[in-house]
Write a protein that binds this ligand. Structure first.
Ligand SMILES: [Zn+2]
Length: 324
C-alpha cells in the first residue's frame, strides 16, 4: 500500500444538503488516500456523501498536487493527458458555447468556476464573450494564464474580486461535487449573476444512482476481463484500481436529480431544465479497432445516453440550467 504523500486528517460532517446527522452506510471503503479509507453514507433525505471526509487542509493538499489534471483525477473517462487534448477540447467547447448561444443568451459576461486549463473560456472568448475564471489548482491557473492568456482568479470563490450582478452566464462544470458547502457556493454564484442571468451546472450523477447499485450487483457475474481495468476504474468498482485517480475522494458529494434541483432552488435560483446524459469513455469511443467488446460497449453506452437524454433513464451526468 503506497504511503499518503501528505498528512491525512478527517472530520465527521452532517448531511451537507439538509444538515441531518443520521447517516446510513452506502458503500464502505469507496476511496482512499494512502492507507486511510473513506466510506460513502446516505442521509434519509436521499443525499449520498463521503463521511468522515478529508478536512479542509487535506482537501487543499489533494488539489495542490501538480498531477491533478494529468495523471491524477482527470484520467477517469479519458485516457490522454488533459492538457494534451487542447485542440480537441477547444473544438468541442466551440460547439458547446454555440449551443448555449442558441438556447440561453447572446455573448456577454461569462464566469467559469473551476476553469481548469481554460479551454472552455478560450472557446467562448473567440466567439465574442468577455470571460473570467476561478481555479483552485495552481498548475492549471498557471497554464491558463500562460498558454491561453486568460484572466483567472487563483484560489477560492469567496475571495474572488468580482462585483455582484456582473455576469450574464456563470458555469460550474464538474465542480459542485468537490465542495464542502454547495449551498453557500450556489448563493454566492447567484449573487454574481445579473438579474435574469443564467447558471449552468454540470455534475456527475452516477454513484447515487440505480446504475451504480446495479453494477455493484452484476459485477459478481460479469467477468472483470470484459470491463477491463479502465472501465473498472471509471465505474468506481475498485478504489485500489489505481493509486490516485480512482482512489482519492475528490468527489465528496453525490447528487441525483431531486437533490441537485432542491439545492439550486434553495439557493434562490429558478431551475429551468435538468438533462441527463452519460460521459462516453475514450477507451471505448476512441478505440482504433472495433473488436466485439468495443462494439458491445459502444452500443450499451450509446443506448444508455439516448435513454438519459430522452428522460426515460436517470442521468449518469446532469446538466442543469437555472435563472437568477
Ligand atoms: Zn440529508
Amino acid at each position: 500500500m503506497p504511503q499518503a504523500p501528505f498528512v491525512v486528517r478527517t472530520e465527521h460532517v452532517p448531511c451537507p444538503l439538509c444538515a441531518l446527522d443520521r447517516p446510513k452506510p452506502y458503500r464502505s471503503r469507496m476511496y482512499r488516500i494512502g492507507d486511510t479509507r473513506f466510506d460513502l453514507v446516505r442521509c434519509p433525505c436521499g443525499f449520498v456523501y463521503v463521511n468522515p471526509r478529508p478536512d479542509g487542509e487535506t482537501l487543499g493538499k489533494m488539489y495542490d498536487d501538480a498531477d491533478y489534471y494529468t495523471d491524477g483525477y482527470n484520467l477517469g473517462v479519458e485516457t490522454e493527458n488533459y492538457f494534451a487534448r487542447k485542440d480537441e477540447l477547444l473544438a468541442h467547447y466551440d460547439g458547446v458555447v454555440a449551443e448555449l448561444e442558441r438556447t440561453l443568451c447572446e455573448p456577454g459576461d461569462l464566469l467559469e468556476l473551476g476553469s481548469a486549463g481554460g479551454f472552455f473560456l478560450a472557446a467562448a472568448r473567440k466567439r465574442g464573450w468577455r470571460v473570467k475564471g476561478i481555479e483552485i489548482s495552481p498548475p492549471a491557473v498557471e497554464y491558463s494564464r500562460r498558454e491561453m492568456q486568460l484572466d483567472i482568479h487563483s484560489g477560492d470563490l469567496f475571495e474572488a474580486p468580482f462585483p455582484e450582478k456582473s455576469f450574464d452566464l456563470v458555469v460550474a462544470d464538474n465542480v459542485l461535487e468537490h465542495t464542502t458547502n454547495p449551498e453557500k457556493v450556489l448563493v454566492k454564484l447567484r449573487s454574481l449573476l445579473k438579474p435574469g442571468g443564467h447558471l449552468l451546472v454540470i455534475v456527475p450523477s452516477y454513484v447515487n444512482s440505480p446504475f451504480f447499485r446495479l453494477i455493484l450487483f452484476v459485477q459478481r457475474v460479469v467477468p472483470r476481463r470484459f470491463l477491463g481495468p479502465q472501465l473498472v476504474k471509471i465505474l468506481k468498482l475498485d478504489p485500489d484500481a489505481d493509486p490516485k485517480g480512482g482512489g482519492y475522494p475528490y468527489h465528496i458529494l453525490e447528487f441525483d436529480r431531486p437533490t441537485l434541483t432542491a439545492l439550486v432552488e434553495r439557493a434562490g435560483l429558478k431551475v429551468e431544465r435538468v438533462e441527463g446524459s452519460v460521459p462516453l469513455p475514450a477507451e471505448v469511443f476512441k478505440a482504433r479497432s472495433t473488436t466485439l467488446r468495443v462494439f458491445l460497449l459502444r452500443t450499451i453506452f450509446k443506448t444508455l445516453d439516448l435513454g438519459m437524454r430522452l428522460g426515460v433513464l436517470p442521468g449518469a451526468r446532469l446538466t442543469l440550467v437555472a435563472r437568477a
